[in-house]
Every structure is written in C-alpha cells, then in structure tokens.
Design a protein around this ligand. Structure first.
Ligand code: FAD
Length: 449
C-alpha cells in the first residue's frame, strides 16, 4: 500500500496519477492530486487557446482519470512558502512519496530597455486573461492599440496573434470569459507584427498552427519576400527536414499572395532582433536590429536598425520553471535536477521525491509528451517501493491540510464550478463561460454560486 501525492493537475500530473493506478507491480496505490488552483487540468484549461476546441477537449480524457477510484483531487492547495501555502516539507509526513508536476509557470524575459513600459506584456499575461486564469491582472486588456508587435515565432506567439486577429464573433461560441470577449469586440487592432530574430526555416511554430493564421476570415497573413530570402533555404526549401519545409512552403505562398481587403493584417517578420521598447509613458514602438544568417545556423547583428510602431507588445520568448521552496532548482535550466524523474539533492537521488512534465524536462513538447515523461518517473518511483513502504505517513492528508488552515476544493467542488460556468453561459446566451476570479471560483466551489 502506497499513498502518493502528485502536486499539479496539468497533463503531467494526471498522466502520473494514471500510470500509478494502472501499474500492476504494487497493489493498493492511492493518489492525491493537489493543485494550487481550485480547477484541474493546468495549461489545458489555462493555456491551450479557446478556439482550439479539439485540443481543449483533452480535458475530458484527463477528467476520466481524475474520477477513477483511488485518485482524489484536492484543489486550492498551493505547495510552497508564503501565507496560506502548504510547506513542501510537510508532504513527506503525509505521503510515502511526492511527485512534483508543477509546470513552468513564468516567462523568460527579453532583458532589453523598456521591457516594462505600460503596453508591454508577456504572452502569458495575455493568455491568462483570455483563458480566465484567476491570477490574471484584474483590469484585463483594453485593446485601444492600432498596431501590436508579438515578439517570438513559436506556437504561443501564433496563439496570441490569432486571438488578436480574430473578431469577437469568432470566439463567442468558446468558453472565453465575457469581459475578454467584450474587449475583443471593441478591439481597434488592425496590424499584428509577429517578429523572429532568425529566419523562416528556424521558426518554432508547427505547420498546422501556422496555416490557421492564413485561413482567418478577417485577417490576411503577409510575408516580405525580400526579408525572408535572407534565409538561404527560402529559394529552394527542398533540402529542409519535412516539418520545416512545410512551414517555408506556407510562408512562400503568403509572400506571393495578392493583398486582400480585410480588416486586419498579420505581418510575419524575420531576421529582426529586439533591442529596445521605445516610449515615455507607454510603449510607442519596438526598435530592432537587422540580423543575417551567420552560416552556422544562428544569426549575427548588422548594426542596422529599424522601428516598428506598436502601442501593444506581447513578448513570447519561452517559459521557465519557478523554484518550489525546499526543492533543489537548476537556475540555468529552470528545472528541478533529476535522474529519470528522481529528484537529485546535491547530485544524489532523494528517496520519495520525484518530478514529471515541464518542471522536469523544461517547457518543450506537446501535451502527449508528458505521458511518456510521467511513465518514466513512475517507473523510477515503483523501483523505490521497498524504501518508500518503510515510511509511516500520518492519518488522512485532507484532514491534515484542513488543520494546517487550508481549504481544499475536492471533486464535488470542481463539479460545482463547472455547473456555475454552464449557468453563467446560459445567462449570457452563450455556451459554458469561464469564471475569471478567485472569489467567483471559490464561491461556486462551495455551492454558493
Ligand atoms: C499558452 C500555451 C498554449 C499551449 N497550447 C498547446 C496546444 O495547443 N497543444 C499542445 O499539445 N500543447 C500545448 N501547450 C503545451 C502544454 O500545455 C504543456 O505541454 C503541458 O501543459 C505541460 O504539462 P505540465 O503538467 O508539466 O504543466 P501544467 O499544465 O502547467 O500544469 C501544472 C499544474 O501545477 C499547478 N501548480 C503549479 N505550482 C503549484 C504549486 N506550487 N502548488 C500546487 N500546484 C501547483 C498549476 O496550477 C497547474 O495546474 C501549450 C502551452 C502554453 C503555455
């Protein structure tokens, strides 16, 4: 009999719980899945874009696991330090082992002047707003900007550019929070510049996501051929790996397309490295240095500069893990050091402590990548069973959490949030509409919604 805590209910946490339950080597394993939020599913709920309904529907698969006997969801339980948090050091007293699946919750910074000017935001802040994350800044976004710059050419950059480019009518049927929908309806954005410091063949987006930008009803995606052809692969992409070649083919098609009379333009820009955000009281432009290929897969600066006007800047240059107080942390990589999922303390595996998902591997891969990652961690944990069963965790963890002053939201509480979100949508004449604030979520969870 093993009692395991999984901290984090995103894909890696749920896949870890599933792998623990489905293994046959150790009978009688029970799993508590803890999350700092009262809602499960991590970035599938709070990151995947609302108009990606098929990927969003993965929540249903994760739900099946969280509803299995032997697994218990305990939301509203932040693990860490600070007021109202559960110290990580307490978990070994309550469980035989703990698997940290806390993701990579913060953004990488550009480290350039003007980055914090009003009007400049991380893509995460924008994503959190349209995803109704309860930690999103309360005022939300007022989209008075005419020109927006998205810095970065990965899939998250594509998501935020696409949401900016869509009209509110295209998002009304999704679960996007109502205030965000109204702000998008009032948006004055006409030009969205998506800018990468390298060339089309080095961009990180995937072709499916890229193609979607070219198929929006109210926006045209544009590429400047004279800029893209700085990339040696532009003229003849035949030698590129197929996934990259498809991207270049899509971009070449856009470069040749005649202009259309649509309300918005998505301008794909390449070989521009941001050097400063300009403005006095608020951002008014981004200054870039023109780069060129250095012949080794990278780029070098040319000493030539150009400015792109922007009243809104969304920075999308990657994610980083956040240290959990009490756990070792590799500051360079933004991950917890591990050996096949076993947490390493000063290079030595620490029995009973494991990691899976983005906090283990860094922020790469698709949702499914977390499944094999979780399986590897669970295999390590099961191999340690003999050492783990020797521990004698104290009574019921949920009761212990309550006496530590926490107020866990269990599965019925989450179901009450879901019901309140359906009722909110019905009142607004929409489908399910997400509740965007802590008060609303906790009130609903406690059946007072
Ligand atoms: C904006 C965005 C869009 C994406 N879109 C797609 C997509 O369309 N398709 C795709 O395949 N992949 C997509 N991904 C990638 C995918 O979301 C990740 O691969 C996946 O979510 C990583 O899983 P995880 O469980 O490691 O982390 P997360 O999903 O981040 O889950 C971590 C969980 O831990 C909880 N947590 C964090 N800290 C604590 C703490 N101290 N105490 C308790 N709980 C804590 C969090 O609340 C969260 O629920 C996207 C990622 C982002 C950022």
């Amino acid at each position: 009999m093993l009692r395991i805590a999984v901290v984090g209910s995103g894909p890696s946490g749920v896949y870890t719980a599933q792998a623990l339950l489905e293994q046959r080597a150790v009978p009688g394993v029970t799993v508590d899945v803890l999350d700092r939020l009262p809602c499960p599913y991590g970035l599938v709920r709070y990151g995947v874009a609302p108009d990606h309904e098929k990927i969003k529907s993965l929540q249903q698969n994760l739900r099946v696991t969280l509803e299995r006997p032997g697994i218990r969801f305990l939301g509203n339980v932040p693990v860490g330090d600070g007021p109202g948090a559960l110290p990580a050091a307490l978990l070994p007293e309550l469980y035989h082992a703990v698997v940290y699946c806390v993701g990579a919750a913060t953004d990488r910074r550009l480290g350039i002047p003007g980055e914090d000017l009003p009007g400049s935001f991380s893509a995460t802040e924008f994503v959190s707003w349209y995803s109704a994350h309860p930690d999103a800044a309360p005022g939300g976004f007022v989209l008075t900007a005419r020109s927006a710059v998205v810095i970065g050419v990965g899939n998250v950059a594509v998501d935020v550019a696409r949401v900016l480019a869509r009209g509110a009518d295209e998002l009304r049927h999704t679960d996007v929070p109502h205030a965000a929908l109204e702000a998008l309806a009032e948006s004055r954005v006409t030009d969205i510049h998506m800018v990468g410091r390298r060339g089309p063949a080095q961009a990180k987006f995937t072709t499916k996501e890229l193609r979607e930008l070219g198929a929006l009803p109210g926006a045209q995606a544009l590429v400047r051929p004279e800029e893209a052809e700085l990339d040696p692969a532009w003229a003849d992409p035949a030698g590129l790996p197929s996934a990259v070649r498809r991207n270049v083919d899509v971009l070449r098609g856009w470069a040749q397309a005649p202009p259309r009379e649509l309300g918005r333009r998505i301008r794909m820009r390449f070989f521009l490295r941001p050097v400063a955000l300009l403005g006095d009281d608020a951002v008014r432009a981004v200054r870039f240095e023109r780069t060129v290929p250095d012949g080794r897969g990278g780029v070098r600066g040319t000493g030539r500069f150009e400015e792109i006007e922007a009243q809104l800047v969304l920075r999308s240059v990657g994610y980083r893990g956040v240290p959990i107080p009490g756990l070792p942390f590799d500051v360079e990589r933004g991950t917890v050091p591990h050996d096949r999922g076993r947490v390493l303390r000063e290079g030595v595996p620490s029995p009973g402590e494991y990691v899976a998902g983005w906090i283990k591997r860094g922020p790469t891969g698709v949702i499914g990548t977390n499944r094999s990652c979780a399986k590897e961690t669970v295999a390590s944990l099961l191999a340690d069973t003999r050492a783990l069963v020797a521990r004698r965790p104290a009574g019921d963890p949920a009761a212990a959490l309550r006496s530590a002053g926490l107020d866990p939201v269990e599965w019925p509480g989450w179901l009450a949030i879901e019901a309140a979100e359906s009722a909110l949508g019905a009142r607004l004449g929409r489908g399910t509409v997400k509740i965007p604030d802590w008060d609303g979520l906790l009130t609903a969870a406690h059946g007072k919604g």
